[in-house]
Write a protein that binds this ligand. Structure first.
Ligand code: SF4
Length: 460
């Protein structure tokens, strides 16, 4: 049966026999050819030509799925949070499960649904067959928003956002060695000016001091960390263990990201087939741990972790309509705050914000916009050409190039202009200053941005 299924589904749908079929939800295009193993929508790396940034010779499979779903009026089904693979099933057929479900609802009714003109009815019949297959008991994914049952904030960051404060966060670059002097110096230097500090998780797929270690140093220094976890480097077991472990260390803010693909990282390139969970699944798992006190396998825990959950978003990665669908899904899965990719075209943000508003999620998620003071033309050019989802308009590139030796000053002025054009937009709750290793500039950018002087961090 498995061989027959592959022979038929392979050429028609690009099926890879994952044994956990989602075709009905993914506009009948198999998502398994995505090199990042994304099962819940595109990453932020689609190229302007809609190709995959990991392998630019191929079209982004998720872009194709979204386009077809929009064309056939099935985009809302894309909001359903889909489970990670059950590896017991990988390589096995799903037709046996389908036949059992068809028998359960009645073969006649199922065949009759092919001829139904009423789309809603047709979808109901199909869902009664396929939903039980793609949503096993241990996952129970849906397309609903789940508000947090407790109003108690998990962290200072959540508390201040709840208060309606306009927030400034930044990031400190993790060290490349086992020495923490510079890390301490950088944390101390930015701490008085921000509410929380991001620590990246081996950005660009190159190893550095772990985000957990950096976050724990921040806690020791009475600074509030935002722990970044990439799905590239973690399994479902590791994620759950990390969430409860870091909680007892005082780490409450977790940013769930997919992370850069191994192919753009250090050589020799590691396996790209080890992706166990994606960022949407991370959010879903952590939200259920926090709100329902359960592990993925259904075991309950006496003391659930206190978490403030965030996600990354790349407003300009693809069409804002498509990006908003993915962001909507993240909010439904559990994202309480977004940190955007670097923004250099504030006006373009409006289209994306409009789409979030249309979807009714602008008031369900806090948005912190990524801003970077550019240190040189080389940095500007690198971001524009090498970093997926980041686009610098020609006029900014020209300004940086013409500035010559004054490029760092020009970069700060550009950052201040960005903050000025973004801070009053509806739906924006703060700024994320991405230092790109230039932590010394945080004080100046915050002080000169005209934002309210930041209130001290706890203990600060
Ligand atoms: S661009 Fe991202 S989502 Fe699209 S196929 Fe490539 S890795 Fe997957």
């Amino acid at each position: 049966m498995a061989k027959t299924e592959l022979l038929i589904k392979g050429p028609i749908f690009g099926c890879r026999m994952c044994g956990n079929c989602l075709l009905q939800e993914t506009a009948f295009i198999c998502p398994m050819e995505c090199p990042k193993g994304m099962r819940n929508g595109p990453c932020g790396g689609v190229t302007p030509e809609k190709n995959c940034y990991v392998d630019e010779t191929r079209k982004c499979v998720w872009y194709a799925i979204y386009k077809r779903a929009l064309k056939t009026g099935r985009e809302e089904i894309l909001l359903e949070v889909l489970p990670p693979l059950d590896y017991d099933k990988v390589g096995t057929e799903t037709w046996g499960d389908v036949v059992r479900q068809v028998r359960r609802i009645g073969t006649k009714e199922f065949i009759g649904s092919f001829f139904l003109k009423d789309k809603k009815k047709k979808d109901e019949v199909w869902d009664s067959v396929f939903k039980t297959i793609r949503q096993p008991e241990w996952w129970k994914g849906d397309s609903q928003y789940h508000s947090k049952p407790s109003a108690e904030p998990a962290s200072d960051l959540e508390k201040r956002l709840l208060n309606g404060d306009f927030i400034i966060v930044t990031e400190v670059t993790p060290p490349l060695s086992a020495k923490k002097d510079k890390l301490i110096k950088d944390i101390e230097s930015v701490k008085p000016f921000v509410t929380a500090i991001n620590f990246t998780d081996s950005s660009s797929a190159r190893p550095k001091m772990s985000s957990i270690a950096c976050s724990s140093v921040a806690v020791e220094l009475n600074a509030e960390p935002i722990l970044q976890i990439t799905s590239r480097d973690i399994t479902r077991t590791g994620l759950q263990a990390t969430a409860i472990g870091v909680n007892v260390m005082g780490i409450r803010n977790i940013l769930c990201i997919t992370g850069d693909n191994a192919r753009i990282g250090s050589s020799p390139v590691s396996s790209m087939n080890l992706v166990d969970i994606d960022s949407v699944q991370m959010l879903w798992i952590l939200r259920r741990m926090r709100d329902e006190g359960i592990y993925l396998d259904g075991r309950t825990m006496k003391v659930p972790p206190k978490l403030f959950l965030g996600a990354a978003t790349s407003p300009f990665a693809s069409d804002p309509v498509l990006q908003a669908i993915k962001d909507h899904k993240k909010v439904n899965a559990g994202a309480q705050f977004f940190q955007t990719n670097l923004i250099f075209e504030p006006d373009r943000l409006d289209l994306w914000l409009e789409q979030l508003d249309k979807r009714g999620i602008l008031d369900k998620v806090y948005i912190l916009v990524g801003i970077a003071p550019l240190k040189s033309y080389k940095v500007a050019h690198y971001l524009h050409t090498k970093v997926p989802g980041v686009n610098l308009p020609e006029k900014i590139l020209t300004r940086m190039e013409k500035a010559g030796e004054s490029a760092p000053e020009e970069g700060v002025q550009i950052a201040l202009e960005m903050i000025d054009s973004i801070k009053n937009k509806k739906g924006i709750n703060g700024i994320h200053i991405m230092t790109l290793g230039w932590e010394a500039m945080v004080q100046r950018v915050v002080t000169e941005s005209g934002l309210n002087p930041p209130t001290p961090l706890k203990g600060g």
